[in-house]
Design a protein around this ligand. Sequence first.
Ligand code: ACK
Length: 661
Amino acid sequence: MNPSLVTLLLFLSLKFLARAAMAAIPTGNVCLGTTNYTSNSQYEQNLNQLLQSLQANVPVSGGFNSTTLGTSPDQVFGLGLCRGDVKTTECTKCISNSTSEILRLCPGSKEAIAWYDTCIVRYSDSNFFGTVDGYRGGLLNTQNVSDVTSFREALGTLMRDLSSTAPYNPLMYASGQAVYADFFTFYGLVQCTRDLDAPQCEVCLENLIQKIPSCCSDKLGGQIISGSCFLRFEDSRFFTPSTTTAQPPSPPSSKVGDNGGISTALIVTISVVVVCGAMAIAICMYCFLCRTGKGKGSVGRKKSHMSLLFKSRKSLNTKNGHEEEGCTIVQGEEKFSLLFYLDTIIHATSNFCDENKLGEGGFGPVYKQVLQGKLYDGREIAVKRLCRSSSQGVEEFKNEVILIAKLQHRNLVRLLGCCLEKGENLLVYEYMPNKSLDTFLFDLERCKLLDWAKRFNIIVGIARGLLYLHEDSRLRIIHRDLKASNILLDSDLNPKISDFGTARLFEGDETQVNTSKVIGTYGYMSPEYIMQGQISVKSDVYSFGVLLLEIVSGKKNNAPELFQQGQGLVEYVWRLWCEGRPIELMDPSLGETCPRNQVLRCIHIGLLCVQVDAAERPTISSVVVMLNSDTSSLPLPMSPHFLYGNGDVTETFIFKWYQQN
Ligand code: ACK
C-alpha cells in the first residue's frame, strides 16, 4: 500500500459516534493503490464479481468472508466483516450497501477499504490475507469526559481486557462495559478480521490501543480503525450485548442522570448488586476451597500476594439455553477471565477418550481436541487434565494457571483457558502439532528432521523464552524444570517452553531462595539446587546448558552409553573439551554441512552454562547475546565438576585449543 495515501485517510467527518441507526453511512473509507484499473478491464470484472460474492457470502458465513478472484495481474483479494453483534439481516444490509458504495467512493481504485458502523469491506490487487494492517485513522466524539484520569485508566483496562479476549473468541470480537469516576458507565468493543490468527489479532488491537491517547482518551467516544481490526468506545451502549462474549469483570455499573445526580433507586440497585456480588464471591470461595480440600489458609504456593482464588463466575456465555460457569482468576487486584467451560471441553474431548490422549505429564494426562460447533471454529487445543488423586497436583495446577495467564511470549506455550468445575481441573493450551522436542531429538529417524538451522533456531528460541521469564516479563520466574520434554514444537518446529507446574515466582529484589523441597529432573538440575536447595536464575541457566548440549549432541543427558562409561552428558562434553575435540559431540545425523564454528560456539556456551560455580554462569541475557553474535569472545569455561576443579586442564591448554579452532 502506498504510505502517502494512508495519510490521506479517512476522517470523513467528526461526528458523534452514537449513531447506530445510521448504519449505512460510511464511517470512513480509504482508496489505495498506486495504479487505477480501467473501465471494462478484467480487473473491474473480477472486482465486481468479488464484491457480489462477498455480498452473498458474508452474512451467511458468520459475518465474515474472504475470497479471491482471477489470476495475476488481474487477481482481486477481498473480504467483508460484520460487527460481532449484528444480526444476519443487518449484516446483509450493511455489506450490500458498502459493496456498492466502495465502488462509488473509490472509482478505479485498485485497493480500497470502507468502514461502516456495522461492517467493513476491503479489497486489493495484492494478497493482504493474514497480514496485520496498521492504524488507518480514528473518529472521536467531541465531548470531553469529566474525570480524565479515572476515565483513561478505566478505558485502558477495558480495552486491554477486550483485546485479550477477542482473539480467542470465534468471532474475534469482544464487547463490554466499565465504570469510571465511580458512577459513569461507558461501553467498548474490539474486533479483528478473521484472516488473522489470534496473536496477530492481539498485535493489531494493541497497535490501535496505543493510538487512543493521541486520538481520544479524554473524549466521550472514539473509534480507531485499521484494515484488519478496529476498536470503539462510547458513553452509551452502541452494540447489542453479546451472549457469546466473555464480559470483562467490572464494578457494578450505574447510570448517572443527565443532571449528574444519582437517584435513590440507583443507590439501592448498587447496594443490592454489591451485597449479592460479595455473597456470590464468598460462596464461590467456599465451594472452591471445599473442592480442593483446602478449607483454611492460602492456596498459593508462595507468599501472600500469590494467594490465589478461583472465583466461579456466571459468564454471559449461553449454550443450549442454559448458562455455563466460567473461570475467573482473582489475584490481588488483578482478575483474569479465561474462556473455557467444562461443557464445551467435555463435548470437544468426547469426554476425554483415550484416542485423543497425547501422553501423560507429571500431573496427569494431556488430550488433543478440536473445538467445533457454534462457539468454536475448529481450533485445536491440548487439554491437560490434572489427576484428581494428586493433591499436590492441584497446587501445581493453580501455580501454572496464575503464572501462564500473565505470560505472553512466542516461545512460551500459550494458555488459552482453564476450568475448575465438578471436580475437574483442566488447563487448555494452544495445540502444538509437533509435540515435544525429545520426541525428535532422541529418535533415530525423527532427529534427522532437525537439521542444524532448526536446532539453532530451537536453542535461540528457548533462550529467548527463558529471557522473558527471567527478565522481560512483569514477573521474575524460575522455571525449575527446563528439559527437552518440556519444550513443545509448533508446526514450523519453533520451540515453546511449557509446563510451569514447578515454576517459582521471585518477588522484588529477590535473586535466590532456598527450598527444602527439591523438584525438577535429575540430570538437568544444578549442583547447588540438588545439594543446597538453592534456586536462582542460574539454576535455570544450568538446565538450559544441559538442554543445549543435548540439542547439539542428540544425546540424552543420561544416555545409557554414557552411563556405561561412568559419566553423564556434561562430564562427557567436558572431557571432549579438555581433550580438544569438542566437535565430536555433534550429532552425526547433522552431517558435514553444518557450520562448525557455530556448533563449537554453542558447545562453548553450553559449557559456560553448566559451570559448577553458579556465579560464573552467564545470565540468560548474556547467553542470548552470545548466541546472536558469531564473533564476540567468550570466557573460558570452568569445570562443571565439584570433584575435579580445574584439575589437570590448564587454561593455557584450553586457550590453545580454542585458538586452533
Ligand atoms: O512429548 P509429547 O508427545 O508432548 O507428550 C507430552 C504429553 O502431552 C504430556 O505432557 C503432550 N503435550 C503437552 N502439551 C501439549 C500441547 N500444548 N500440544 C501438544 N502436545 C502437548 C506432550
